[in-house]
Design a protein around this ligand. Structure first.
Ligand SMILES: Cc1ncc(COP(=O)(O)O)c(C=O)c1O
Length: 390
């Protein structure tokens, strides 16, 4: 497949929800940085540094445009990943200043928001509420408490379920004096539309799940950012330092993004994220349809298999299933290993959603197929053939 020509013919990669494969233009952008202008952004006066600075700034703008938010009200900081971004916010937020009275999350969250909301509630001695998402992914509006800090995903890493009532959720949270952080780890690559036309207080995402190198990002409302103290601090964040005091660079509107960027940043990876966004923006309607056709075909095939229990209510680029050991003699781990022997790379286990999958649903370990633009009709045929006699 064009842009993934480096892939061996017999490799069927179906773990894109963990990290996407990187298309050639993204790899080229990263290579260009390392081989043509390897340099620090912001700090240096030589030409390579000016190129880095300009391209990094362009990436911040591309990220905002990609999610449909304005530079006037939001800024973008880069981090390690979604987990790091959510933790940076939750560990530093001044709940008193923000008037937050409860921390809210949902049952289907990845451990990333699930655990960080636990530690935020504990640290601030606040109640933590775990709401039950509907089968369609919606949050029950009536159960959102007043003055809540809500942290929920826009798309699930189990079955691609979307936060279908995101508009109403944000409206309700804001109307009742609260704030909302969206975990967009799974939404950015294939479901970014769910984020369009809404203004959450922050969005955290992982570039490595959207065809870019390993990197994270925080997109944050400027007013909300003022409620977050700066305690995780170091180089790159200050304009002046005295023996016992310092002047934060973020106080200069031009450098507001430094609030969450301590130390040297992954400049090449940031620039290559810009290339990944260009690449995603250039996906034609046809290419999107092709991907949809592939995962719908796989979903429909899996539904025909009596001994394969599909979790999804609807087709999505992420499809989870389980097999019952009593019924089949094998569990998902064994089935996953058998598929691996055929060159088919899937994920098995609980995908960091232990609470919901293990303790709410009591499912045995699952097996997850997650597709991306690198996949082909032949890949899906190979999966069908491998599972033919199951
Ligand atoms: C919905 C969701 N949230 C958060 C994360 C955490 O992402 P990362 O490990 O990149 O921090 C993941 C990772 O799979 C995810 O799927």
């Amino acid at each position: 497949m064009r842009d993934f020509e480096y892939l061996p013919n017999d490799a069927v990669y179906l773990d894109a929800a963990c990290q996407s494969l990187r298309p050639q233009p993204v790899i080229d952008a990263l290579n260009d940085y390392y081989t043509k202008y390897n340099s620090c952004g912001e700090r240096v006066k030589y030409e390579w540094g000016a190129t880095t600075e300009q391209k990094v700034e362009q990436t911040r703008e591309k990220v905002l445009k990609y999610v449909g938010l304005s530079k006037r009200r939001y800024f973008v900081s880069f981090t390690l990943n979604t987990t790091y971004g959510i933790n940076l916010i939750l560990s530093q937020i001044n709940v008193k200043k923000a008037g937050i009275k409860a921390i809210v999350t949902s049952d289907i969250e990845h451990n990333s928001p699930f655990l960080s909301t636990m530690s935020c509630a504990k640290k601030n001695n606040l109640p933590r509420v775990v709401l039950t998402r509907g089968k369609d992914g919606s949050l029950p509006l009536d159960e959102i408490p007043n003055n809540a800090l809500v942290v929920v995903n826009a798309a699930s890493n189990i079955d691609g379920r979307l936060l279908v009532n995101i508009k109403d959720v944000i409206k309700k949270v804001h109307k009742t004096g609260g704030y909302i952080i969206i975990d967009a780890a799974q939404a950015m690559a294939h479901s970014v539309e769910v984020l369009h036309g809404v203004e959450p207080d922050a969005i955290c995402f992982s570039a490595h799940k959207m065809y870019a190198p390993s990197l994270g990002g925080i997109i944050i409302n400027k007013e909300f950012a003022k409620l977050i103290d700066t305690t995780f601090i170091g180089g790159g964040m200050v304009d002046d330092v005295n023996k016992d005091s310092y002047q934060l660079s973020k106080d200069n509107p031009e450098h507001i993004y430094t609030q969450f960027e301590s130390g040297l940043q992954a400049w090449g990876e940031i620039i290559a994220l810009g290339a990944a966004i260009d690449w995603l923006n250039n996906k034609s309607k046809n290419e999107r349809k092709e991907l949809e056709k592939l995962y719908t075909d796989l979903y429909e095939f899996l539904k025909t298999k009596e001994k394969i229990h599909v979790i999804n209510n609807a087709p999505a680029s992420t499809i989870s299933v389980y097999v019952d050991k009593k019924e089949t003699g094998v569990d998902s781990h064994i089935l996953g290993a058998a598929l691996a022997d055929e060159g088919i790379m899937v994920r098995t286990g609980y995908f960091c959603v232990h609470y919901y999958l293990d303790h709410v649903k009591h499912y045995p370990p699952l097996l997850r197929f997650s597709l991306g633009y690198h996949n082909t009709v032949e890949d899906i045929e190979k999966v069908k053939k491998a599972l033919e006699n199951f």
